[in-house]
Design a protein around this ligand. Sequence first.
Ligand SMILES: Nc1ncnc2c1ncn2[C@@H]1O[C@H](COP(=O)(O)OP(=O)(O)O)[C@@H](O)[C@H]1O
Ligand SMILES: [Mg+2]
Length: 482
Amino acid sequence: MKNKKQVGHIISFFAGVAKLKGLPNVFINETLLDKDNKEVAIVIGFDLDHVEALFFQNNFDLNEPVYRSNKTFSIQISENVTGRIINGLGKPIDNLGNIESDNYPVFTNSPTIIDRESINQPLSTGIKILDTTLPLGKGQRQLIIGDRKLGKTTIATDIVLNQKNATPLVQCVYVICGQKEKKLKDLISLFEKNNAFLYTTIVTATSNATFAEQYLAPFVGCTIAEYFRNKNQDALVVYDDLSSHAKTYRNFALLLERSPGRESYPGDVFSIYAGLLERSAKIANGGSLSALPIIETQESDITSFIPTNLISITDGQIYLEQGLFQKGFLPAVNVGLSVSRVGSSAQPKILKNIVGGIRLALSQHKELQKLSQLETVLSNQAKKKIHRGEMILELLKQPKHVNISWPEQVVLFYVVEEGFFDQIASNQWSEFENSLLKLVKNKYPNILEQIKNNKFDDSVKTSIKQMIKDFQNEFIIKLDMQ
Ligand SMILES: Nc1ncnc2c1ncn2[C@@H]1O[C@H](COP(=O)(O)OP(=O)(O)O)[C@@H](O)[C@H]1O
Ligand SMILES: [Mg+2]
């Protein structure tokens, strides 16, 4: 028997965004039911005389009453979510059947300080410029930020693809919000081609999904990733992208006539993302949840409202730059404007020792290059530094969807340090690199295995030197013959 007082009637409704009267005791995030006890909406706010709700369908009959459920919005999660495609309401849309399981509330509190420990394990990205100069750790929140079409999605997907080699497993959740349908299709085929569905779930609310779905998708994705975190596993969630999400949020807030703040965003937009991202954590002696929120800027303006908000609630940012992209420097990461505040304490020691000088070499290179435009005569030492800087820049380029493991990066940059690239002409650097990485992967996997097990003593170094000497001669002879 439904309590009469608990009935709600729609007083305004547009595109699923509704104001209702009645329902005096509802709580925030509570679901509302139709007469058949089906969940039809979520409460997102209230005023003295009305309740605000997002309906799950845009064509709800406005004359129908709705009822309280007394339940907070929850979704079903089990191990079986891996490999599935889920909508913004947490329901599978891939025709592979229901996910039979328990209910998990989607809006939960983040772990307390006491639950957490500091970041202490690397999250390998397989992207050289990140693993060497902007290393990530498990539990970190790292923002990927830049104008459209500079490779933000590519970086996020490639980090997911790299987890196929991760031991222990890193469970991934890729949330698409506010993107075109085509992006979802591209993502599915990329993940299929690379077997990423073995450890990944997609949560999708494309730009034609309802407001409710688009609003809820990041929280649904986070809740799925959190499920694995709470089982002492490692999880990674991508939010692609939160600037579209913020716009959706602004749109329905304006429809509800909430008072607009800076850039017309409602005042609570900051706390929404703070709450979402605080759920990332490295749990003491337990699992971890890392997060990669993506923000698209307009004309590289990182000082507008949403970018500054997100920068302040993440542990660093990967900043992509148009100029670098146009010059063909891909991934177009501006190392100077990017930071990783917590990851370096988790960077594998061997890699840290080998690449420690890269950031410095790059900044020196920039300065010296400026100087070389002023002065005609440069000391030999300065010339050498410019040369080395150019080499490192060239070697930090990386095509998309090609993961390079951190032990491979150790070999590569050790070989650079030992001067083996110095005899190679600059236009052959990248070919030399490719052949070298192929060689060590195919013929000397034991070198990589030893590095992976944190062994980098003289015997490993000698094997690398021996391998590279033979190979270098072959390479140079081959070049001479061409
Ligand atoms: N490292 C890379 N190598 C080659 N092409 C890349 C690389 N990174 C990005 N691209 C290309 O740049 C374009 C934009 O990338 P995308 O990730 O979709 O950008 P965004 O998400 O910033 O809009 C795509 O065509 C993509 O294939
Ligand atoms: Mg994108």
